[in-house]
Design a protein around this ligand. Structure first.
Ligand SMILES: NC(=O)C1=CN([C@@H]2O[C@H](COP(=O)(O)OP(=O)(O)OC[C@H]3O[C@@H](n4cnc5c(N)ncnc54)[C@H](O)[C@@H]3O)[C@@H](O)[C@H]2O)C=CC1
Ligand SMILES: N[C@@H](CC=O)C(=O)O
Ligand code: NA
Length: 434
């Protein structure tokens, strides 16, 4: 059988990795797909002499790939929301299947893109968009399809986890580690997407959609990054038996779905608390399966290429199938998506770590305790440190039981108004992931 012809748009980190692995493992991949996969065209902005592209049509116009009648599958690896959206829609319009690693595109424009793809009977595959080399889309969409999924929680940004790990283990500075993550090709074109949690929120939006059968709703995700974390809190968390990880949490509750990304204390003995460096991990809790954990490289050239090519193989296998009989893009049949709302962060529930800077006066602890108890917030533990020499203040660290966020907000406002409390109260959410 003739090989399937594909076009790669964007020969950067992921495009380059995809090109290399497709060449290196061509035979293995063809044995799996049932046909060879031939790169017939590459769109790139600047020449890339490190790649052996003799015999391949080269263009600097991605739309040439989208309209090239020879090409069956367009691989979108340019990134961003603008050109990428036009490119993908153009490819679909021209009856081509699409493989993309672009979580921003899927999280923000996925509903539109999948609707167009259905109209045209083509597949848009996006395994590489979430957790790089971990086949977690496939695991949730196909492997766990028996379950009512209760929650998904994941370390889903490689750059952020790399930064937190290097800072904690080697005492390196934030800026220094971020620069290395950029040099290694882990970071987004705009690295604030990584460190402010936007990239993780894109990925969590996609995970929530395929886990709960809801439309993609990135605009409703609560997003908090790692830039405000302090070494003091990392160390106090450690002393209490926790690790701070940047976690995406999507939980289905009776009132709605929690969709939130933020630094999180996790008990240090949990497997996921020990996922370090560029590695990612996604826990999925299903009512039948119980908790499952998927682990692997969250970013990087070849791990991400692994997912792009797995999608290519899937598409090649499914190309001749009736579109009605394919795995739905968002796991659930498009006419069976649910309107269960996304909850605002104030309505989400978790445990909390609070750090209060108290004046060294008697009675502050009693006031703190009564503010919390008046609001029905149960304290799990309190750690009071020695007076700090530089400011004469006493750090007071509390862990609460689970409570709805609005009550913590009220409590923090009351705490900050106390005479004996100085400056803002630090709040970090805590998840036990049982
Ligand atoms: N780097 C990683 O580890 C991962 C990246 N991704 C996603 O993969 C996509 C690509 O990311 P990277 O490869 O890291 O980025 P990159 O910046 O290394 O590569 C993008 C390439 O596309 C080219 N490009 C951009 N616009 C173009 C245009 N209009 N015409 C032709 N070429 C164009 C750029 O010159 C560059 O070579 C992004 O959506 C990213 O979020 C997903 C998973 C992991
Ligand atoms: N910038 C992303 C790349 C993979 O999705 C990350 O660091 O996780
Ligand atoms: Na993946």
């Amino acid at each position: 059988m003739n090989p399937v012809k594909v076009g790669i748009c964007g020969l950067g980190t992921v495009g380059g990795g995809t090109f290399n692995v497709l060449q290196r493992n061509a035979e293995e991949i063809a044995r799996r797909a049932g046909r060879g996969i031939e790169v017939a065209q590459i769109a790139m902005r600047t020449p890339k002499p490190q790649f052996q592209t003799t015999g391949i049509a080269i263009t600097n116009d991605v739309f040439e790939v989208a309209t090239n009648p020879e090409i069956d599958i367009v691989i979108e690896l340019v990134g961003g929301y603008t050109v990428a959206r036009e490119l993908v829609l153009k490819a679909i319009e021209n009856g081509k299947h699409v493989v993309t690693a672009n979580k921003a595109l899927i999280a923000v424009h996925g509903n539109e893109i999948f609707a167009k793809a259905r109209e045209k009977g083509v597949i848009v595959a996006f395994e590489a968009a979430v957790a790089g080399g971990i086949p977690v889309i496939k695991a949730i969409r196909e492997g766990l399809s028996a379950n009512r999924i209760n929650w998904v929680a994941g370390i889903i940004n490689g750059t952020g986890n790399f930064i937190l790990t290097e800072m904690r283990e080697k005492g390196r500075t934030f800026e220094d580690v971020l620069a290395e993550a950029q040099a290694l090709g882990y970071a987004e074109a705009d690295p604030t997407f990584d460190v402010e949690g936007i990239d993780a929120a894109h990925k969590l939006t996609i995970l929530a959609s395929i886990a709960f059968g809801i439309p993609l709703q990135f605009d409703k995700a609560y997003t908090e990054g790692i830039t405000k974390l302090t070494t003091a809190d990392v160390n106090y968390a450690e002393a209490l038996g926790y690790r701070i990880k940047h976690l995406g949490v999507a939980r289905s509750t009776a009132n709605g779905i929690e969709l939130r990304v933020h630094p999180t204390l996790i008990p240090a003995d949990r497997l996921i608390a020990n996922v370090n460096g560029v590695m990612n991990a996604v826990m999925v809790n299903g009512d039948a399966s119980g908790s499952t954990l998927f682990y692997g490289a969250g970013a990087g050239m070849e791990p991400t290429a692994s997912s792009v090519i797995a999608d290519l193989v899937d598409v090649v296998r499914a190309m001749t199938s009736d579109p009605e009989n394919r795995v739905p893009h968002l796991a659930f049949q498009p006419d069976s998506l649910s309107a269960h709302p996304i909850l605002p962060i104030e309505a989400c529930e978790s445990s909390y770590y609070l750090r209060i800077q108290a004046k060294d006066h008697p009675g502050v602890l009693a006031q703190v305790a009564s503010i919390l108890s008046e609001r029905g917030i149960n304290i799990e533990s309190i750690m009071q440190k020695e007076v700090e020499e530089h400011d004469g203040l006493v750090p007071m660290i509390l862990l609460t039981h689970r409570v709805v966020e609005q009550r913590i907000n009220d409590a923090i406002a009351a705490l900050e108004a106390l005479q004996g409390v100085v400056g803002p109260v630090v709040r970090i959410r805590v998840e036990h992931l049982n």
